[in-house]
Design a protein around this ligand. Structure first.
Ligand code: SF4
Ligand code: SF4
Length: 636
């Protein structure tokens, strides 16, 4: 019998999440037993670990998964039954049988090394020989020196806040876990080169928990440190060393060199009881969202992700930098250079439907940013704020560009409350006359919107949303940009992004733009912009600008290898320029599928879409890109 109610979980640990002292120290969560499984609770967000304590990575995983499912289903029922569960994440070798259909699952695999390991191959022998010439390894207690090395390591790599937080809790973990050991590698002058932490609390499986090294750490030192953990685990009679998930290609290669095999699935399945139908009846606080008419709201699929150890430990994988989403193609303005004006006879006026936005959920969960704006004024969409809230709820940064007229006092307060981090206001000038091209979106209206948003931020004591200017510099009015720093100062706008006309909406408008061959015209604009940017910098403000260069690149400023454009009907295209909402034949139209009909991730992987992207990257662009200004632009 174990006096500690969780001791048998740790003793039978197969994965690090079953080392209870580790998870509670780094996750600051409370362990709870549900059936045979341990769960961690953080303010109602629960992570249930469904690996059977004492099982082996050698077992037939199919059999293990079905045995697991029976026990897990009982544990899930218990975890949901006590009423305190706001979200549930189940981590185990398979998706739980009773997870609701809508629950999202992500899969990875743990790498294991069988102990004692096979004799090292030539490559590993060389590395071990080389590393052992460079360092001496000792077991040490945690000190400020180790903390400094972690800080340097983090400063040189793009880790997420959650991962940084867990690393800051390592001293707490070491203090709480007597079976964890820190091994340090030092050079001849005792300088700390690297250190690793192993955990030997499990009876049959040991764990390679953390590894940090200096950027100039000699090759082979990491191998020598891992050898130390392997030796300790072998001496103690462990049969396996869990080397962690195969999330990172570089780390995977390191594990491969050691003969580790990916043998234990790690399936993370998350859902919110509120949206799954498993919530108790009458729980008003967790009721699924409804539309104004009382129907079930399609946006209910945007469930907040549960507390996730995996995400917490390894950072979230969000491969898409930005999704530009056209929530509407309607607009009350008639800007002279905009196709909404020049192609009015064939324009498709439509708001995005809720079901279309909901269909984008798998994409948005994988995107760092969602920019709500297309060929239209986004704030005219009746559910703009709900869309912004839904995207933010699942972890994407949300921004928008507006013509400003709809930013009255009430909407300004909603923008502050929405979680949107950037609101850009469109202008083509610095006063009424110079902004005349924006017919129907007069300068005074934009100015009022900016001031209203600034006031709403002040009242709420909020830093967000940041206010930017999206300034379109039309060539005949280029001189006005000299006054842009003063305008930014008077409206207290910290950042302006100046662009030039990329899309020629009607014949004859070329004079308003800058073509790559117009070198003198471009140089005059560059000098103007450079001078304005310097003045703005002197005033503590920033002007970013872009201008065409003479040569096209194998990329474009829409960054289509990591970004995409989705129109109000759910059609997915590389950029806003190749899918105008018109009913005319357009030889440059390139849309690769509708999110209403196919999983948007499948559309991203569509062969023709992938070919479009690879042709641009290979310098053999498709027709719309051949003379597109975005391919020639340089950002300053
Ligand atoms: S405000 Fe925007 S969408 Fe509306 S006409 Fe002007 S440029 Fe076009
Ligand atoms: S180069 Fe091609 S993909 Fe890029 S913005 Fe232009 S048309 Fe779009």
């Amino acid at each position: 019998m174990y006096a500690n109610p969780f001791a048998h979980i740790t003793a039978g640990a197969l994965v690090p999440e079953q080392i209870v002292s580790y998870v509670t120290a780094v996750g600051e969560s409370r362990p709870v037993l549900f059936g045979e499984c341990v769960a961690y609770d953080l303010d109602g967000q629960r992570v249930l670990i469904s690996y059977a304590p004492g099982s082996s990575p050698d077992e037939d995983m199919q059999a293990a998964a079905s045995a697991m499912n029976a026990a897990t289903n009982v544990a899930i029922g218990a975890a949901l039954a006590d009423g305190g569960c706001a979200s549930l994440t189940v981590l185990g070798p398979a998706r739980p049988g009773n997870a609701p259909h809508s629950a999202a699952s992500h899969e990875d695999t743990y790498a294991f090394l069988a102990l004692p390991p096979a004799a090292p191959g030539q490559n590993l022998r060389n590395m071990l020989r080389r590393g052992s010439r460079e360092c001496v390894v000792t077991e040490e207690q945690w000190t400020g020196e180790h903390a400094d090395l972690v800080k340097t390591y983090l400063d040189s790599r793009p880790f997420e806040a959650g991962t940084r937080h867990i690393f800051s809790r390592i001293p707490n973990y070491l203090a709480a876990s007597p079976e964890a050991a820190l091994f340090a590698a030092r050079d001849a002058s005792s300088r700390l080169l690297a250190f690793v932490i192993g955990d030997f609390a499990g009876l049959s499986t040991a764990f390679y928990m953390f590894a940090f090294r200096r950027n100039d750490c000699p090759p082979g030192v990491g191998d020598v440190l891992l050898q130390t953990i392997v030796d300790r685990a072998t001496q103690r009679g462990h049969q396996w060393l869990n080397l962690g998930l195969g999330v990172n290609k570089g780390i995977a290669a390191f594990k491969d060199k050691w003969g580790a095999t990916l043998r234990l699935p790690c399936v993370e399945t998350s859902w919110s009881p509120a949206s799954s139908g498993t919530a108790r009846a009458g729980s008003a606080a967790r009721k699924a969202p409804q539309t104004a008419k009382g129907d079930a709201d399609p946006l209910a699929v945007f469930t907040r992700p549960g507390f996730s150890l995996r995400r917490f430990l390894f950072g979230e994988q969000r491969p898409f930098d930005c999704l530009q989403i056209e929530v509407t193609s309607r607009c009350s303005a008639t800007c002279a250079y905009c196709p909404h004006t020049t192609k009015q006879a064939v324009w498709r006026e439509r708001h995005m439907e809720d079901a279309t936005f909901a269909a984008l959920e798998p994409l948005i969960r994988r995107a760092k940013r969602v920019h709500l704006q297309g060929w239209g004024e986004p704030l005219l969409h009746p559910r703009f704020f709900e869309y912004a809230g839904a995207a933010g709820r699942i972890g994407a940064a949300v921004s928008t560009t507006t013509y400003g007229l709809a930013v009255n006092k009430a909407n300004a307060a909603r923008l502050v409350d929405s979680g949107i981090d950037i609101v850009a206001f469109s202008l083509t000038g610095v006063d009424g006359p110079s902004n005349a091209a924006r017919s129907g979106a007069p300068f005074d209206g934009v100015q009022s919107g900016i001031l209203a948003l600034g006031e709403a931020k002040r009242l709420a004591g909020s830093e967000f949303p940041h206010i930017h200017l999206a300034y379109l510099m039309l060539a005949p009015e280029a001189e006005n940009v000299a006054r842009l720093p003063d305008l930014m100062h008077s409206l207290d706008v910290p950042v302006a992004v100046v662009s030039t006309l990329d899309y020629i909406a009607a014949p004859g408008m070329e004079a308003e733009a800058y073509a790559p061959h117009e070198e003198e015209k471009i140089e005059r604009a560059r000098v103007l912009l450079h001078t304005a940017a310097q003045r703005a910098a002197d005033m503590g403000r920033t002007i970013h600008y872009s201008l065409p260069g003479t040569h096209g690149r194998n990329d474009c400023n829409e960054h289509i290898q990591t970004c995409m454009y989705i129109d109000a009907e759910g059609l997915i295209a590389p950029c806003i320029y190749v899918n105008l909402p018109t009913d005319e034949h357009d030889p440059c139209r390139r849309a690769f599928g509708s999110a209403r009909e196919r999983n948007p991730l499948d559309i991203w992987n569509d062969r023709e879409y992938a070919r479009f992207r690879s042709r641009l990257a290979a310098g053999d662009p498709d027709l719309p890109c051949v003379s597109c200004a975005k391919r020639f632009e340089r950002v300053y």
